[in-house]
Write a protein that binds this ligand. Structure first.
Ligand code: FAD
Length: 199
């Protein structure tokens, strides 16, 4: 494709935009992304080394299937990019038993049969000694399937990159800066053999 021809334009290449770019490019869609700074900058929500990943969506149990699908896609992105982006460390949430955080997490876990372990403040202190002084009416929920996502690395991988992949791109998509605007990024489906892309 020519540098400015695309079927879809994605504006904003934070986590959401970068993943949209990757998924569209993976489907063979010709897609162009625009970022007002550069992918992986420090001025957006996706900045930094880590984000917590959980499938027990405390906001609403109906989000759990989306989180599970997202977990599959993180694994796929790791496979395609050859980079480790998800670390299954387990995750801990602490709060009042009936509160938004613990109550919502337990509701999602029960609705979808997700393994979680509820700890009293005493049990919490025994298992995680740094958590002292937690009020008696609080509970901790340990979710073994939770982990840490390397947020910035998934948007703008650090060199060395596979041939044909420019810095500042979602690792699975073969991308490069394009056109007269420094903020435009052109992506095509990654080639399994070389990772190169035709413009
Ligand atoms: C401190 C912090 C901790 C968090 N912790 C967690 C966590 O543990 N777990 C979790 O799941 N979530 C967490 N989140 C939330 C998560 O990080 C965000 O939901 C996610 O990063 C949002 O991604 P985004 O792509 O929507 O936004 P952004 O990363 O902000 O991306 C938007 C992009 O659009 C660009 N842009 C805006 N306007 C234009 C324009 N006109 N033209 C071109 N580009 C434009 C911006 O420059 C930016 O790069 C946390 C957020 C913060 C801030």
């Amino acid at each position: 494709m020519s540098r400015w021809d695309a079927d879809v334009a994605v504006v904003g290449l934070g986590a959401w935009g970068a993943m949209a770019l990757w998924q569209l490019a993976s489907r063979g869609v010709e897609v162009i992304g625009f970022e007002r700074h550069h992918p992986g900058h420090a001025l957006g929500s996706s900045y930094g080394g880590s984000r917590m990943f959980r499938v027990t969506c405390l906001e609403h149990p109906g989000l759990v299937p989306l989180a599970r699908r997202s977990q599959d896609l993180w694994r796929q992105l790791e496979d395609e990019s050859g980079r480790r982006l998800f670390f299954p460390t387990g995750g801990l949430l602490i709060g009042p038993e009936e509160g938004v955080i613990v109550g919502g997490t337990l509701r999602a876990a029960r609705a979808h049969g997700i393994e979680v372990h509820t700890l009293t403040p005493v049990e919490l202190r025994e298992r995680f000694p740094r958590h002292t002084g937690v009020p008696g009416h609080h509970r901790a929920v340990w979710e073994p399937s939770a982990g840490v996502i390397r947020s910035e690395e998934s948007i703008a991988p650090r060199p060395p990159l596979p041939p044909g992949r420019a810095p500042g791109c979602s690792p699975a998509a073969a991308c490069g800066p394009c056109g007269p605007s420094p903020g435009a990024w052109n992506c095509g489906p990654p080639s399994a053999s070389t990772g190169s892309v035709e413009w």
